[in-house]
Ligand binder design. Structure first.
Ligand code: SF4
Ligand code: SF4
Length: 179
């Protein structure tokens, strides 16, 4: 999305500043591999109702001392923007999360045409040629698959481990990828 060669180069990078970025477990480990950082250094949990996310990403329950919270796994933020956003550039491109790769599209209609998200702030219209060039449809297919797999891991946490701590949660994610 923030590749300087991309159609985003004329944009003020509104999406990287505005949105809290939800992650799948696959994003986590791609970013870990690309940066060499441990996953807790760049990701965190945030209460679901404090995000813009309403449709796509499954929720983790944290139920410590019967104080149930609904959480999303997200990229950390720094200075009111994504932690990897620096001087108008994405520091982890092309290992940026799939949600960034497909933005501002999340769905295809029944004719296979991409649909813009309803709350999009993207200031430009994307042409079919750009959508092809940046392989957005392919990224969307991977995104859908990975969300499903991510969902399975979340369901297991919610069913078996929700009373454990946030530290346990990150250990659980690491273990889920190893197995
Ligand atoms: S990961 Fe990169 S593309 Fe995604 S919000 Fe952060 S800076 Fe932007
Ligand atoms: S708001 Fe649109 S044009 Fe701007 S960086 Fe994001 S996707 Fe690219």
């Amino acid at each position: 999305m923030v590749n300087l060669q991309s159609p985003c180069k004329e944009c003020s990078r509104k999406c990287c500043e505005k949105f809290i970025v939800p992650l799948t477990i696959f994003d986590l480990f791609r970013i870990k591999k690309a940066t060499g950082k441990d996953i807790e250094q760049f990701s965190t949990l945030i209460e679901y109702n404090k995000t813009d996310e309403k449709n796509f990403f499954p929720i983790f329950f944290m139920d410590q001392k019967r104080n149930l919270k609904q959480m999303l796994l997200v990229l950390k933020r720094f200075n009111n923007s994504c932690i990897f956003f620096d001087q108008q550039i994405c520091l982890i491109w092309p290992a940026h999360p799939l949600v960034c790769k497909v933005y501002p599209f999340f769905e295809m209609d029944k004719n296979g045409e991409l649909k813009y998200v309803k709350n999009f702030i993207c200031p430009r219209k994307w042409t079919e040629k750009e959508i092809d060039n940046y392989k957005i449809k392919e990224a969307l297919a991977v995104f859908k698959f990975e969300i499903e797999e991510h969902n399975k891991i979340i369901r297991k946490w919610n069913a078996e481990y929700r009373e454990k701590s946030e530290k346990d949660f990150f250990e659980y994610l690491k273990k889920s990828v190893r197995t």
